[in-house]
Design a protein around this ligand. Structure first.
Ligand SMILES: Nc1nc2c(ncn2[C@@H]2O[C@H](COP(=O)(O)OP(=O)(O)O)[C@@H](O)[C@H]2O)c(=O)[nH]1
Ligand SMILES: [Mg+2]
Length: 309
């Protein structure tokens, strides 16, 4: 099961907190001292939680210890898990992709090269196909010929139609054509793969803005979802990337990829907080079924499990 591979690592986060921050068995009885707190902060920062989450979590725990609410390690672990789940919660149903009436629904995938956009587009296509939707893939990463071919190969494997333009062509016109094609073929959901690199960053953002504009003119409300795909292994860089895209295209949620091999799943919490967008899916492998709707409680429990992986 993909689940088991999530957050595969040598030592669990909770293991590290215990080993580094709770060395003294009396720590919880006497209250956490400055050194305990500093150590806990260090573990959380190293796990990519980000400064704001780290400070908030450790201060809240310190406060509860001081007021005598947390007396055992299990109390502390449960308190941390509850607070983590609360801050990961996105107030939407992560797995429920919008549905336009009348269709087609347009789902735009955006993000930097190599984060997993194309793979995630294929995984999502498969998932929506299983939900009974009639899916069309659109290869709007026209920057590299290889990118078009990569999506076409996935489309072939999944037996899903794919609209592509010419390498170097206008991605907005690919989207326009895909909306027409969906109409004439009776397909209800279009998943649009886009470029993650152009000659300049501003060039890329302008191109994406144009895709959004053209899609919205051809189909009211489109794109109905814009999913920001971010690599969960690059820590604070993912936050910086996410902010750039969020300024240009108003994402409706985040997909965090590559969490199968990472020892540092705290990035998910940093992204949730610093981009103020719901986490929608996690990528947990390279296979087409390695996509999970995000469950904040399960993820928090997993992050703080006694045993790794
Ligand atoms: N381990 C792992 N690899 C992934 C995941 N998602 C994508 N990849 C791999 O990351 C690489 C880049 O993916 P790709 O979809 O081409 O990224 P794009 O440039 O954003 O379109 C490929 O080798 C993918 O197989 C994931 O969730 N876990
Ligand atoms: Mg790609």
């Amino acid at each position: 099961m993909a689940n088991r591979r999530l957050m595969d690592r040598k030592e669990s986060l909770w293991g590290r907190i215990k080993r580094i921050a709770l060395t003294d068995v009396g720590a919880l009885m006497r209250g956490l001292n400055a050194e305990d707190l500093e150590n806990m902060e260090r573990v959380l920062i190293e796990a990519d939680f980000g400064v704001a989450n780290t400070v908030e979590l450790t201060q809240a725990l310190e406060d509860e210890v001081r007021r005598g609410k947390l007396k055992t390690e299990a109390d502390l672990r449960n308190a941390l898990e509850g607070r983590l789940a609360a801050l990961l919660n996105g107030r939407v149903d992560p797995g429920a992709i919008a549905r336009a009436e009348p269709g087609p629904t347009v789902v735009l995938m955006v993000g930097v090269n190599g984060t997993g956009k194309t793979t995630t587009a294929a995984k999502l296509a498969r998932r929506l196909q299983r939900e009974g939707r009639k899916v069309l893939l659109a290869a709007a990463d026209t920057y590299r010929a290889g990118a078009i071919a990569q999506l076409q190969i996935w489309a072939g494997r999944l037996d899903i139609p794919c609209v592509a333009g010419e390498p170097g062509g206008d991605p907005a016109s690919v989207v326009y054509n895909a909306i027409d094609a969906a109409g004439s073929r009776g397909l209800d959901t279009i998943i649009v793969d886009t470029a993650g690199r152009l000659h300049t960053q501003e060039g890329l953002m302008d191109e994406l803005r144009k895709v959004v504009r053209v899609a919205g003119r051809r189909q009211p409300g489109a794109p109905h979802e814009t999913l920001l795909v971010l690599d969960g292994t690059v820590g604070q860089n993912a936050v910086q990337q996410g902010k750039l895209f969020a300024q240009a295209v108003s994402p409706t949620g985040i997909v965090v990829t590559k969490l199968d091999g990472s020892a540092r799943g705290g990035a998910v919490a940093a992204l949730r907080r610093e981009l103020d967008l719901p986490i929608r899916f996690l990528g947990v492998g390279e296979g087409v079924d390695d996509l999970e709707p995000f469950d904040p409680h399960r993820f928090a429990a997993h992050l703080l499990a006694e045993e790794p992986g």
